[in-house]
Design a binder for this molecule. Structure first.
Ligand code: ZN
Ligand code: ZN
Ligand code: FE
Length: 762
């Protein structure tokens, strides 16, 4: 019998496989095995049909799963064996028209092969700052619509030269179907401008001149992959200070870019896990513990902060710049304060003209702003703190399919999300929606995401806060609106990414979120059952004298917390030590405000408790950015801490009324302060108390699983101690890994909470 049974294998692959060299890989694999058929892009992935002997098809399936390109994210593979169709060749077919095609790949850091060519004087792309291949380069930032073909990217204006075109059409070439493929003869190029837009130099000369300027301590605006960076020599104290002044960024750490991994290790402690993240294709900013006394970093980069935000050069332009400089640079977002990052060189001249001395620009348009992502390692796993370049807009896969819903997120650290089936596409970090410019960016991002994925949302979910810009926008869309309480959204976000079903206890701690009875929430224990959600417990509310202004002044927060605890006694002389932070007239005014309950909203926020604690411990005179005082308190923890904890009291009035937790007992804290207990020990006793309260709450709930969410759980000590102690006590603990615990993760939770609300459950 010469007849070997031939069959056809139809393989549906779900995943982010476009723009990562997946179809060329399938082509090579099929050709290797002598199989005929075709591969094409489809909605949500790739469809393959191959035909041949069954054993070869099994081998194909195995090798496809095992050897696929690193950057392909595969969520499911559905093989179906059919009768043969009689194919006579293997072809890469056009994309299927109609429905939205596959997910869009994020930006991918320059691969080793491209890096080698970039630095090889014999290569035709030697020192060409736009080198890329199917394994690396820009993606999300250059695509205008799906499918991901050159005509649908901002590279469409560049006509490939014969050499590039040959690579692009050769299935055996690393640049086969590399959409941004280019070379010095046919692709984008560099220019150096002064701050009035005058061209000073072009091409490699522009790069060399820019290097010299940075070396001289000048501030350079550099058009990168997903937007502009503001760059200054990291060792130049005056340059770093000047950048801070011009950017209106006081105190908040600045990100650093290092020439290579060994230079990161000179400045910081790098665990294998952290190293993996630094050199990963996403190449995020990784928060690393710094080494003492490393001289090449100005103290102005991250004042009083034991961590540095470090990244490696991820585009060829960054590689060349850092290679030539040979020293770390500050590479911070090209924006003022918390606005959206600049992407266009003419816009940059307008918006950054007063910030930067020179502009290193190019003519490959960036179609959307994608900021650098920020991650840290907690409990030996990655926690994404800011989800943007390298991550967006990949979906988070959820357990069961949902209808198409748009979630508009919150107000600060905003990002939005769109659901379709089991995918929730989370936008890149948009920022704080505080300026007309960021409002516009927010609206643009919603339009952009729904157009790219061709998703028409049936409903929109927003926060309960009536005054948020995002809430108002949601209400103006002409769609059914669902409002979700802020902290419930946090808890559902953590449940969503961990695939958790009720019942469980949600612990949602952050700076602030709109509560349901006129108070500001932020220290919440939320019971999630199949029947619904219930506020099991919360911290005792205290007044914030002066409202929003108090948030920038931890001493005011402390005054409010003490007033709630001991009343007018707070103004008596035994508290002179901390009262001296105020002038006599300030004290008189604040006393009036508190007594008459004027502009003194009540809050149960743990974020504010951190502020109050920082103030009493002598840290955090001001909060120039959100979380500054809380971070100072975390950073003050000594390496070897204490097991001691401050006490707390519970006011338990029975099942249907939320339990009120009084903590810390300020008498203990003030006594510590009076006795001169070191700040770090006070900080540890405070952190430890918070974990004791979590343990108490889960016991009170009668459940065995806890989801930790909200910005407070960016605090590594708090999260690690909570999880460790919960596990030791026999409970299961979950925290954020793929989406931020802060408000950047709200949109995912809003979608999941809305689905439960509208299905009549939870
Ligand atoms: Zn490459
Ligand atoms: Zn070319
Ligand atoms: Fe929040």
């Amino acid at each position: 019998m010469s007849d070997i049974v031939k069959q056809r294998l139809r393989l549906t692959i779900h995943g982010a496989v476009q723009g990562v060299g997946f179809r060329p890989f399938v082509y090579r694999l099929a050709t290797d095995l002598g199989l005929y058929g075709w591969v094409c892009n489809t909605a949500g992935g790739v469809l393959i049909e191959v035909e041949g002997p069954t054993a070869a098809l099994q081998e194909f399936l195995l090798r496809l799963t095992r050897d696929h390109p690193d950057r392909a994210v595969i969520y499911g593979t559905e093989p179906l064996f059919l009768d043969k169709a009689g194919y006579t060749e293997f072809a890469i077919s056009e994309s299927l028209p109609g429905e939205p095609s596959a997910w869009i790949a994020p930006e991918i850091a320059t691969c080793d092969d491209c890096r080698r060519e970039l630095l090889d004087p014999g290569d035709r792309r030697f020192r060409y700052p736009f080198i890329n291949c199917t394994h690396c380069g820009p993606r999300y930032s250059i695509i205008s619509r799906l499918p991901y073909d050159r005509a649908n990217t901002s590279m469409h204006r560049f006509v490939m030269c014969p050499a590039c075109s040959h690579e692009y059409h050769d299935p055996g070439d690393r640049r086969f179907h590399a959409q941004p493929n280019a070379c010095p003869d046919c692709g984008p190029n560099l220019e150096l401008w002064d701050s009035s837009g005058q061209v000073l130099s072009k091409g490699d000369a522009a790069l060399c001149q820019a290097v010299g300027l940075v070396r001289d301590g000048r501030i350079l605006a550099l058009k990168g992959l997903g937007g502009f960076h503001l760059i200054v020599d990291a060792s130049a104290d005056s340059g770093v200070e000047l950048l801070r002044q011009r950017k209106h960024r006081h105190g908040k750490p600045l990100a650093l870019m290092f020439p290579h991994i060994s230079s990161v290790k000179d400045a910081c402690y790098v665990s294998p896990q952290e190293e993996r993240l630094l050199i990963s294709p996403a190449a995020p900013i990784v928060l690393l513990r710094r080494r003492e006394g490393f001289p090449a970093i100005s103290t102005g980069v991250a004042p009083g902060n034991p961590y540095l935000g470090a990244m490696l050069p991820y585009s060829p332009l960054h590689i060349l710049l850092l290679n030539d400089l040979g020293r770390p640079i500050v590479a911070t977002s090209g924006n003022i304060a918390e606005e959206t990052i600049c992407i266009d060189e003419h816009e940059a001249l307008r918006r950054l003209g007063d910030l930067a001395d020179f502009f290193l620009v190019h003519n490959r348009p960036i179609l959307r702003a994608v900021d650098d992502s920020v991650v840290r390692v907690i409990l030996d796993t990655e926690q994404v703190i800011r989800r943007a370049r390298g991550y967006a807009p990949l979906p988070i896969l959820i357990d069961s399919p949902v209808s198409s819903i748009l979630a508009v997120g919150g107000h600060l650290k905003n990002s939005v999300a769109l659901s379709q089936g089991r995918s929730v596409f989370i936008s890149q970090h948009i920022g704080d929606i505080e300026t007309p410019q960021s409002c516009e960016a927010f609206s643009r991002c919603i339009r952009d995401l729904s157009q790219l994925y061709s998703i028409k949302p049936e409903r929109v979910v927003c926060d309960l806060h009536p005054d948020y810009f995002s809430t108002q926008e949601a209400r103006s869309m002409g769609l059914p609106v669902i409002s979700v309480q802020h902290h419930e959204a946090h808890v559902f976000s953590c449940m969503g990414e961990n695939g958790l079903q009720p019942p469980l206890l949600g612990v949602a701690w952050d700076g602030s979120g709109y509560g349901t009875e006129g108070t500001v929430w932020g220290g919440e224990f939320i019971l999630v059952t199949m029947e619904g959600t219930r506020r099991l417990a919360h911290f005792a509310p205290f007044p914030l004298p002066g409202g929003e202004a108090a948030v920038r002044e931890p001493r005011r927060v402390l005054l409010g917390a003490l007033y709630a605890s001991i009343g007018l006694a707070v103004f008596e002389s035994q508290n002179a030590q901390f009262l001296s932070a105020f002038t006599t007239s300030e004290l008189a005014a604040l006393r009036q405000v508190l007594e008459r309950k004027i502009n003194s909203p009540l809050t149960s926020s743990v974020g504010r408790l951190f502020d109050a604690m920082a103030a009493v411990a002598g840290l955090g005179a001001s909060n120039s950015f959100e979380g500054q005082a809380a971070m100072a308190l975390e950073f003050s923890l000594p390496p070897v801490t204490t097991e001691e904890a401050y006490s707390f009291q519970v006011l338990d009035k029975g099942d249907d009324v939320p339990v009120i937790i009084r903590a810390p007992l300020w008498a203990e804290v003030l006594a510590d302060r009076q006795r001169g207990v070191p700040t770090g020990i006070m900080s540890a006793r405070f952190h430890n108390m918070l974990v004791d309260i979590i343990i108490w709450a889960v016991r009170r709930s009668g459940l065995d699983r806890v989801a930790l969410s909200g910005g407070c759980f960016q605090n590594r000590y708090l999260t690690e101690r909570a999880v460790t102690r919960l596990r030791a006590a026999g409970f299961m603990a979950y925290w954020h890994q793929r989406v931020p615990p802060n408000d950047g993760g709200l949109a995912l939770g809003q979608i999941l909470a809305a689905v439960r609300l509208s299905s009549g459950k939870a």
